[in-house]
Design a protein around this ligand. Structure first.
Ligand SMILES: NC(=O)c1ccc[n+]([C@@H]2O[C@H](COP(=O)([O-])OP(=O)(O)OC[C@H]3O[C@@H](n4cnc5c(N)ncnc54)[C@H](O)[C@@H]3O)[C@@H](O)[C@H]2O)c1
Length: 308
């Protein structure tokens, strides 16, 4: 099986590529390196530097594929509010372009990286997939809209579409900007001996999931003959941002009181927790315990800091 992974030089994408290669799949990565790093792409994967909005420039190099996993995106909520047209271009038009390309390359299956941001600040947590979308940001709106195009292609042209709505993903290789970057931000600051900033009071809760689990979700039942679907990829566990800070600071041997507080960020959700019943019925369950995942993430950032 040959798989095209867009955004495969990014944080989640590079782990997805590793998981696919581990399963014996052939992988082609397309990434414009606007936020990803060439060094994150394993040597066993083919790499094309290209933009999802300029597929005509590189599509001929890809060759036939069985599936497209589309992760390339503008990932920052604040950027989506400051530059909404850019977010629409990358996250909506970019997804439409990749759906079109999937047909052209003969793919039968399309997996789309969506987000808990599609739910907005819905108070009825944990949120099931049916919870109506009420996004708080252009980022959430554009991910939600893109999901409709995935469904449309499935209905009209039979391209199987699997939408994975991820909660807050954390782990090695996460960059310090962007959605869900709080673990990376804290880990990097601790590794450099700095005091990070919590935006808000630290009592906001998130449903943190390790990137290793997320990578397994993207490869789970890939290529199987089953209908597409929309799945929350989460742990259904709420953890405050302040608690994450305490675990990481303790792991690093730092004083948890050494922290700054800043204003809430516009577009941020207060409480986010996703129901996982549908993913469980699909056969997927996250297995990495949070303290273990945080420990591994901090060790990665300490290694990066020690390499200068
Ligand atoms: N990190 C999270 O917590 C989280 C949560 C929910 C959803 N997601 C989604 O998962 C996906 C991956 O996120 P990530 O955290 O790994 O971010 P990332 O920025 O590390 O990865 C995105 C990759 O896409 C590339 N890219 C961006 N625009 C591109 C374009 N126009 N053409 C080609 N490549 C482009 C970037 O260079 C980067 O390598 C995104 O779609 C994001 O919205 C992430």
């Amino acid at each position: 099986m040959r798989v095209l992974v867009t955004g495969g030089a990014g944080f989640i994408g590079s782990h997805v590529v590793e998981a696919l290669l581990g399963d014996g799949r052939q992988v082609v990565v397309v990434d414009n390196l606007s936020h990803g790093l060439r060094a994150f792409v394993p040597p066993a994967a083919e790499f094309i530097q290209g933009d999802v909005l300029e597929a005509d420039q590189w599509a001929d190099q890809v060759g036939p594929v069985d599936a497209v996993i589309h992760l390339a995106a503008q990932i920052s909520v604040p950027v989506s509010e400051a530059e909404p047209e850019e977010d629409v271009r990358t996250n909506v038009l970019g997804t439409v372009a990749m759906l079109k390309l999937a047909h052209r390359l003969g793919a039968r299956e399309f997996r789309f990286a969506s987000s808990a941001a599609v739910y907005g600040d819905n108070p009825h947590v944990p949120l099931a997939e049916e919870a109506s979308g009420d996004p708080l940001s252009y980022y959430g709106l554009d991910k939600w809209l893109a999901e409709f195009y995935v469904r449309h292609e499935e209905r009209v042209r039979g391209l199987k579409g699997t939408v994975l709505r991820m909660a807050n993903v954390y782990g090695p290789r996460q960059r310090t900007q962007g959605e869900g970057g709080v673990v990376a931000m804290f880990s990097e600051a601790l590794a450099q001996g700095l005091a990070p900033t919590i935006f808000g009071d630290g009592m906001q809760t998130r449903d943190f999931i390790a990137v290793a689990d997320v990578a397994r979700a993207f490869t789970h039942r890939l290529g199987e003959r089953e209908p597409g679907g929309t799945y929350n990829i989460a742990t259904e566990t709420a953890t405050t941002v302040g608690e994450v800070w305490r675990i990481l600071a303790t792991e690093a041997g730092a004083d948890p009181a050494r922290i700054n507080y800043g204003p809430d960020r516009p577009g941020d959700i207060r409480h986010s927790r996703l129901k996982i019943a549908r993913a469980l019925a699909w056969g997927f369950r996250a297995t990495v315990p949070l303290p273990e995942g945080l420990k591994e993430t901090y060790a990665y950032f300490r290694k990066v800091a020690s390499q200068g």
